[in-house]
Design a protein around this ligand. Structure first.
Ligand SMILES: *Cc1c(COP(=O)(O)O)cnc(C)c1O
Ligand SMILES: [Zn+2]
Length: 415
């Protein structure tokens, strides 16, 4: 039995019992009626507190089971999700101009992105429901991750990706045996098509924005971050937590995890959240700056995982920044390529474009006086660099071609 007490619509504030509704608030519809999972935190605190975690021998996202909506633990799959490394990256801190910088490498998850935290949760919920097929639409990582967890569970999966998703991510889908539809259109169009198909065929819907349980998986990234700062770095306290933003589910989950760790006595105060978008696709930044409602935009960026012109979890994403008194910032594709190189050369972590956007985001935020030079910053690297080799090659250039002779090496060295 979980400690879930119910679901609350973040738009109209109506409460639902868990058995009453599966995805979104029926009164508000899926554009606005995003639900939030609520817990009995007094009960949670009995088994999830600084003392208990110190003695906890589970090192994966299931370490935080009391804070997760799992009713049947036999539905948890064998793949190792979470407990990804957290590095104290001093060379990169110096490069970006902050006092201390922690880098959490989420590319070290089983399908190489932090989306595994959500998919692991989604598959548990699908199995609890007795679903016979699961579906999602994705820019790539949610898809490859769902395909992996569906394979682990022996659950058939149907996945919708935009035709232009990077080849490595599509290869993952096919290798894991998912049914893959490469949609001739944008991610936004793939999303709408998936929603229609799920409704038509009764498939279990893993789309993170409308399935309230997925973000519960995602929040474990910041819960774990705080846990690691507590255990491994002498209770270091971040002033900022930095993450890239597409649909807004990730940043929403990150904020929820921080709030919960504050509630449970791990954090003396709440950090601010810096949401990083691409210059060519920044609907959150625009709405935040203008204090205006969401205006869907075009999506022009090489950072495919955050190429989301119509964010599906706008309110939760926006709340994360506003409630934490944080900020949105955007970076150009050039700066994202610089981030790939700089993260790799200063911290030896190889990330995909959306995964590293926060590197340039921090630098810019320091230059603009948003982040102070005395601040401690935690940077979430959300996806592995091997996911998108084309961008990596664009970032790093070509090798020097030489003949297989020592004289050629000498000539090249003297050039
Ligand atoms: C999905 C994703 C994001 C953004 O998450 P949203 O929930 O869409 O905001 C960032 N980085 C990577 C690598 C992702 O796969
Ligand atoms: Zn509602």
């Amino acid at each position: 039995m979980s400690h879930v007490t119910g679901l609350r619509c973040i738009h109209c504030d109506k409460h639902y019992a868990v058995a009453e509704v599966d995805y979104y608030c029926p009164a508000c519809g899926y554009e606005d009626g995003i639900l939030d999972v609520e817990y009995d935190y007094e009960a949670v605190a009995k088994s999830l507190n600084p003392d208990a975690l110190q003695k906890n021998g589970v090192f994966s996202m299931w370490r935080y089971l009391p804070l997760l909506p799992v009713e049947d633990t036999t539905k948890i799959q064998h793949l190792q999700v979470g407990w990804t490394p957290l590095y104290d990256a001093s060379k990169l801190a110096k490069e970006l101009g902050v006092a201390r910088l922690f880098v959490k490498d989420e590319g070290r998850n089983p399908t190489a992105s932090f989306k595994d935290r959500a998919s692991a949760m989604g598959v548990v919920k699908a199995l609890e429901k007795g679903a016979d097929r699961i579906t999602c639409a994705s820019t790539g990582n949610a898809a490859s991750s769902l395909a992996g967890f569906a394979a682990a569970a022996g659950l058939p999966a149907t996945i919708f990706v935009p035709e232009r998703a990077p080849q490595a991510k599509v290869a993952q889908l096919l290798v894991f045996g998912a049914q893959v539809f490469a949609v001739q259109g944008t991610y936004d169009e793939a999303w709408e098509l998936c929603m229609a198909a799920a409704a038509e065929f009764g498939w279990y819907n893993r789309n993170c924005a409308i399935n309230p349980y997925l973000i519960e998986g995602k929040k474990t990234v910041s819960i774990e971050l705080v846990d690691q700062l507590f255990l491994q770095y002498g209770k270091a306290m971040p002033d900022w937590v930095v993450v890239s933003v597409g649909d807004g589910c990730t940043v929403g989950g990150v904020w929820k995890g921080l709030v919960e760790m504050h509630k449970l006595g791990f954090l003396p105060r709440l950090p601010k959240v810096l949401g990083v978008q691409a210059d060519g696709c920044k609907p959150f930044l625009t709405a935040w700056k203008d204090k205006a409602p969401l205006q869907p935009t075009e999506a022009n960026t090489l950072a495919d995982s955050i190429a989301v012109g119509h964010p599906r979890n706008f309110q939760k994403g926006m709340n994360a920044i506003v409630e934490s008194e944080g900020a949105f910032i955007s970076v150009t594709d050039e700066e994202i390529l610089w981030s790939i190189r700089t993260l790799a050369r200063k911290a030896a972590v190889f990330g995909e474009p959306a995964g590293v956007a926060g590197v340039a985001g921090v630098k810019k935020a320091v230059e603009q006086g948003v982040v102070a030079a005395t601040d401690t910053v935690a940077l979430l690297i959300t996806g592995n660099g091997l996911k998108d080799i084309q961008s990596a090659v664009q970032a790093a250039g070509a090798p020097t071609r030489i003949a297989p002779e020592l004289s050629a090496v000498k000539a090249a060295l003297s050039r």
